[in-house]
Design a protein around this ligand. Structure first.
Ligand code: DQA
Length: 149
């Protein structure tokens, strides 16, 4: 079964209580549950992680280089600042999908730039927790080379 890492950046551990009008009402563990259910349905093995630390996120990326088939990442605020996460992801040979709960293009100007987008296969933003489900579907499609709908 293909193995996927879902990586969540800083402050996403407060999902559900942190600005719910922007990020939605689901907690991170509820998002994890939703993702695990989806992964089970489509036949993906899932590792779901969150860290507030840039270095730890990079370690997760490095550790998963040879042991995963794809990464779905919501780098949170590091999206807009982290060359180090970009450099780590550049070494990753499998598909990368960038996810944001909010529509980063409809918010403050500094959120419009992402260091990760240029090396991502695709970006999903603005659909709340459902974006993770969409990303898993997209990842399955990329990995299994399926063209059908
Ligand atoms: C976010 C958007 C980022 O700009 C922000 O810093 C986050 C969450 C999102 O999922 O919408 O922490 O990545």
């Amino acid at each position: 079964m293909p193995k996927i890492l879902i990586l969540n950046g800083p402050n996403l551990n407060f999902l559900g209580t942190r600005e719910p009008e922007i990020y939605g009402k689901f907690s991170l563990s509820e998002v994890e549950e939703i993702c695990k259910e989806k992964a089970k349905t489509i036949g993906l093995e899932l590792n779901f992680k969150q860290s507030n630390s840039e270095g730890e996120l990079i370690n997760y990326i490095q550790f998963s280089m040879d042991s995963t088939d794809g990464i779905i990442i919501n780098p949170a605020a590091y999206t807009h600042t982290s060359v180090a996460i970009l450099d780590a992801l550049k070494q990753y040979k499998h598909p990368i999908i960038e996810v944001h709960l909010s529509n980063i293009y409809s918010r403050e100007p500094f959120r419009k730039h992402s260091y990760v987008s240029p090396i991502a296969k695709g970006v999903i933003c603005g659909f709340g927790a459902f974006g993770y489900v969409l990303a898993l579907d997209a990842m399955y499609r990329l990995i299994s080379d399926k063209e059908d709908f």
